[in-house]
Design a protein around this ligand. Structure first.
Ligand code: PGA
Length: 248
């Protein structure tokens, strides 16, 4: 397990330009220890946010397309994002799966394109409430991880993140029990080892996301198989976010 914790702030589509710059100015003042902080603003404002943030804070996108150029109206390519300064790309977030029909097959193509651009894909997986009720959560995770990643050729320089985000707790303010996250992370790791063998350990980090706040972040970060957290709502609130950062 890598020593530095990874913290990804997902601002979703929640801020306008001036609010994004204001929040970036706040992030600029945060003192981060032993952690890697990645900020994922709304795509149109990545450049303006990049201009404010110090180089020690990395930039990410909330999505990308799987081709680098061509007649793909409305899409944004990994290389275009790289040009804006992004080094991470969130893929397959449950909100995209729910509202835009994003499939594991699409996530697979996007992951390949992001790796080819030498950026870090953050592949989101997680079960719905119904899947958990039926006891199918492990099956869902295995299927999502396998279909999104199997067949990818990983090179020495590649680094990937899998974010376990139980769909039913995202944005609710009520995270799952750390023990439940730990079990899910073990399933994810086992699937990664099945696909990539022992090299999975050096290539991948597995993180938790879903209603992370200042009261629970330390519990998630102390889990054995966890390398960090993906934070939505609390990353938009300066007080809450600095309280979280202090717990790292
Ligand atoms: P949340 O969002 O922290 O608001 O639950 C997490 C996410 O959607 O990635």
């Amino acid at each position: 397990m890598k020593k530095n914790k990874l913290v990804i702030a997902n601002w979703k589509m929640k801020l306008g330009l001036s609010e994004s710059v204001k929040l970036a100015l706040f992030y600029k003042r945060i003192k981060i220890k032993n952690s890697e902080l990645v900020v994922c603003p709304s795509m149109p404002y990545i450049k303006q946010v990049a201009e404010v943030l110090p180089k020690t804070i990395l930039l990410g996108s909330q999505d990308c397309f799987w081709e680098n150029s061509g007649a793909f109206t409305g899409e944004v390519s990994p290389l275009q994002l790289k040009e804006l300064g992004c080094s991470y790309v969130i893929l397959g977030h449950s909100e995209r799966r729910t509202y835009l029909g994003e499939t594991n097959e699409m996530v697979h193509k996007k992951t390949k394109a992001v790796l080819e651009a030498n950026m870090v894909p953050v592949i989101c997986v997680g079960e719905t409430f119904e899947e958990r009720q039926k006891g199918n959560q492990d099956y869902t995770l295995i299927q999502q991880v396998t279909q999104s990643l199997e067949g990818l050729e990983l090179k020495k320089e590649h680094s990937l993140v899998v974010a376990y985000e139980p769909v039913w707790v995202i944005g609710t303010g009520q995270a799952i029990e750390p023990k439940q996250a730990e079990l899910a992370h073990q399933i994810i790791w086992q699937t990664l080892f099945d696909i990539f063998g022992s090299s999975a350990e050096e290539k991948f980090r597995v993180i938790y996301g879903g209603s992370v706040d200042e009261n629970n972040v330390a519990d998630f970060l102390s889990l054995q198989d966890t390398s960090g957290v993906l934070i939505g709502g609390a990353s938009l609130k300066p007080d809450q976010f600095s309280a979280i950062i202090q717990k790292l």
